[in-house]
Design a protein around this ligand. Structure first.
Ligand SMILES: [Zn+2]
Length: 424
């Protein structure tokens, strides 16, 4: 099942997205034309007076991947997974810093230090984080052009502190899969750093563990809880933690300190999500927020697969959900290239210079094109991402690999470069 297809009328008014089969019908009957390839949008040849139904745009912001889902009438009709390039930004800024440092230290007279004369605006985010907020906003604004979105839901915090202060949360309750239990688990994951508190094991199922065992009248308050892997949980049993960790005083100290730490110590809202929330509100649409605990609770309750776009669909209060698409659009932020004018070899010696222009024969590097090659080793039709050359003899990367040479005259544009790469 593919994503639904966006439909706009001839005045570019967004209408209800349609099933791919219906879009195909509209295209073959020549009532509509392809407007845009990614996300796939068709434009009707007439103006429409049809009333549209409300669509909720749901977002699950992540550090590497942000899930996006469009939900209409309790059905997920469109999904996307947006891959950020935070690490690439960080790396290239680091490289730039190192090159500058080297250059400025090469042959210099003494200069007075002037490294503490910079100020940062209020709400400043590191470039890699700012990028995350901005690319997400780009997609929110883009989707609003193609679909009648009437509201936005965002996962804002990992857990709900209100649910945690309630001392009635009992051990049996969260094991039975109550909402509060999911909030507790998310809180503990954040507090104990997603690893076993006793042995430090990561990427293993973690169980909620009573520091003072329940059989020894240990309380169910979150201050008495931690996370342990199955082995440690079994090994500890109902021993007092002091006895269990008598050989590991450092870990014991950390755990005892953890039991006394106040609730707010585990960071609930991260700054990037908060900034995104603020900018989403600037769209003027109502913005609803949810917790990570509730997202997980919904997903488990409704028996939904763990995918980024489906997590997004589970944000907030969800009673029922039908998944009508299993193929989200995979979007990867690629940036807009560099400003570097010379390519160097491994010794830093310039070997190649860039031209001042970016486009040749109407094509740019990054354009997705269809090339119909009449002869040669690669004779046939290919669709892929272009790398342009001033000579007009290009290269192309397709799913099957590299295609070269590709002459400009055999290329037809499919989707102009827009800073992202796409896959279905
Ligand atoms: Zn362990």
């Amino acid at each position: 099942m593919s994503n639904f297809v966006f439909v706009i009328d001839t005045n570019e008014r967004p209408l209800d997205p349609v099933h791919p089969a219906q879009a195909r019908l509209l295209l073959t009957q020549r009532e509509a034309a392809v407007f845009r390839r990614f996300p796939f949008t068709i434009i009707l040849k007439t103006a429409s007076t049809e009333t549209t139904h409300s669509i909720q745009l749901k977002i699950d912001p992540g550090s590497q991947t942000t899930g996006i889902a469009l939900v209409s009438n309790d059905a997920v009709i469109w999904g996307a997974e947006l891959n950020h390039r935070g690490q690439a930004i960080k790396d290239s800024l680091h490289t730039r810093k190192a090159i500058r440092r080297h250059r400025r230290n090469r042959k210099t007279r003494y200069r007075q230090p002037r490294f503490l004369n910079r100020t940062r605006e209020k709400g400043w985010l590191a470039p890699s984080l700012e990028h995350r907020v901005k690319t997400t906003m780009t997609w929110v604004n883009r989707l609003r052009k193609f679909a009648p979105i009437t509201g936005i839901s965002q996962e804002l915090v990992r857990f709900d502190t209100q649910a945690l202060v309630n001392p009635e949360i009992s051990g049996t309750e969260y094991q039975r899969g109550e909402l509060a239990g999911f909030e507790v688990k998310e809180y503990l994951l954040a507090k104990w750093g997603r690893k076993c508190a006793y042995c430090g094991a990561e990427n293993t199922p973690l169980e909620i563990e009573h520091i003072l065992a329940k059989s020894k009248v240990g309380s169910d308050k979150v201050s008495n809880l931690t996370l342990a892997c199955h082995d440690c949980n079994q090994k500890k049993g109902n021993q007092p933690v002091e006895q269990f960790l008598s050989q590991k005083p450092d870990i014991l100290k950390r755990i005892l300190a953890g039991t006394k730490a106040p609730l707010k110590d585990a960071t609930a809202v991260n700054s990037t999500r908060w900034e995104l929330y603020q900018r989403l509100q600037e769209t003027g649409l109502p913005v609803y927020v949810g917790t990570g605990g509730r997202t997980k609770f919904n997903r488990v309750k409704l028996g939904i697969q763990k995918r980024h776009y489906l997590d997004a669909a589970c944000v907030g209060v969800v009673e029922k959900l039908t998944v009508k698409t299993t193929k989200p659009l995979l979007i990867a932020a690629k940036g807009w290239g560099t400003r570097q004018m010379a390519t160097t070899n491994k010794y830093g010696f310039p070997i190649r210079y860039r031209t001042r222009q970016k486009a040749f024969f109407g094509f740019q590097t990054g354009d997705i094109v269809r090339a119909i090659l009449p002869t040669g080793k690669f004779a046939g039709t290919h669709i892929g991402r272009l790398t342009v050359r001033a000579t007009g003899v290009f290269e192309m990367v397709t799913i099957k690999g590299k295609v070269s040479p590709v002459r400009a005259k055999y290329c037809q544009i499919v989707h102009r470069v827009d800073g992202y790469s796409y896959a279905a």
